[in-house]
Design a protein around this ligand. Structure first.
Ligand SMILES: [Zn+2]
Length: 364
């Protein structure tokens, strides 16, 4: 029962009359409740800020001064009694609940727990490790470089002409550093070739290094992601020839796709190599023998899959990194890790690799 101010009479007998029997009503009301929440709600309705007892207390203002002490003591005594009734009801409820628990069926301690799902490596990391491992076994060392790179390491020292389309605002994420001079212009590296530049600038030949990691370009569609992973490698020493390039990359692709996988090299243009080539491997999804080739969507019926770019390092790149091209030569290669992962696992859309959908990731 709630009483608002309008129902409270201003005289002291009225206040005392209102307190009359309030304990009994409260005790009876609580005895029918079977949850702690219900008990606390009933207590708030009586003793809370908007509760019945609080409303009665407001009537104290109108009590004649000579009666205030008597009425005040009565109100306080009733409040204490109500609190005691509430505490006793709460204790009683908890005792009953505990007794019911003990009388009920026991917990089955032998039931298995909920398993904690274990994570595993991302398909891009799996493929990257596998590729780096193969090159390590072929005698290459692994090198790492920063993802935020100087423009000079990303473009200039690789003999990109200043007006090359790859340097356009369209293709590159520039990093603005307030007040930095032009020679410290920075960007998110667009390829891992910058690691090659750093290593060649820091150490003299012979060098056989491979590096991998995230690179960034302003691309976003079914086969391009603004962030993707590359692996690049190079070998610089005396008398390095194109035959060595073919030998190393043939050994690599056969270890990755199997001994019998054919590989071919097609002439192609890359700004920092001369001559340059693209390497294709025989399609791993179809074969001429069983007649699946013509319908193969991955190689579009050609029987070949493009897997990497390569070439002999351009003499101007060697010169820009302090290596004498009259004395040394070298080859370089690069491949997209997502491309290899998509071919390896038959993934049609590059974007699912980065959506972090557990239904996809759980398949590896
Ligand atoms: Zn095919």
């Amino acid at each position: 029962m709630r009483l608002d101010k309008a129902h409270v009479s201003p005289s002291s007998p009225s206040v005392l009359a209102q307190l009359e029997g309030i304990q009994d009503r409260f005790r009876t009301a609580l005895s029918g409740l079977d949850s702690e929440l219900a008990l606390r709600t009933a207590r708030a309705e009586l003793l809370g800020k908007k509760g019945e007892l609080t409303a009665i207390l407001r009537g104290m203002a109108q009590v004649p001064p000579d009666q205030k002490k008597q009425v005040g003591e009565a109100v306080n005594r009733v409040r204490e009694e109500l609190e005691a009734i509430f505490e006793a009801a709460l204790v009683d409820l908890k005792r009953k609940q505990r007794a019911a628990e003990l009388a009920g069926p026991p917990f089955d301690l032998s039931m298995p727990g909920r398993p904690i799902p274990r994570g595993h490596r991302h398909p891009v990391s799996l493929v990257m490790d596998e590729v780096l491992d193969i090159f390590r076994s072929l005698g290459f060392e692994i090198a790492w470089g920063p993802e935020v790179e100087l423009e000079v390491n990303n473009f200039e020292k690789l003999a990109f002409p200043p007006d090359h389309p790859a340097t356009d605002m369209q293709d590159t994420f520039w990093v603005d550093v307030a007040g930095a001079p032009a020679k410290w212009r920075t960007l998110l590296r667009t390829h891992t070739s910058s690691v090659q530049v750093r290593e060649m600038s820091d150490h003299g030949p012979p060098l056989a290094l491979v590096s991998g990691g995230a690179v960034y370009r302003r691309d976003d569609d079914v086969t391009h992601s603004p962030m993707f992973h590359q692996i690049e490698g190079f070998y610089v020493a005396r008398d390095v020839s194109f035959a060595e390039l073919k030998g190393v990359l043939t050994a690599f692709t056969q270890r990755l796709y199997g001994e019998s996988t054919p590989i071919r090299f097609r002439p192609s243009y890359f700004p920092f190599v001369e001559p340059g080539a693209e390497a294709d491997v025989g399609c791993v999804f179809c074969s001429e023998e069983d007649g699946t080739r013509a319908a193969c969507r991955v190689c579009k019926g050609t029987g070949w899959l493009e897997v990497l770019g390569c070439g002999m390092i351009h003499p101007s790149v060697l010169t820009a990194t302090g290596i004498d091209p009259e004395w040394y030569s070298g080859f370089a290669f690069g491949l997209g890790v997502e491309r290899i992962a998509m071919l390896r696992y038959g993934i049609p859309d590059i974007r699912v690799l980065f959506e972090n959908d557990p239904r996809f990731l759980a398949q590896f």
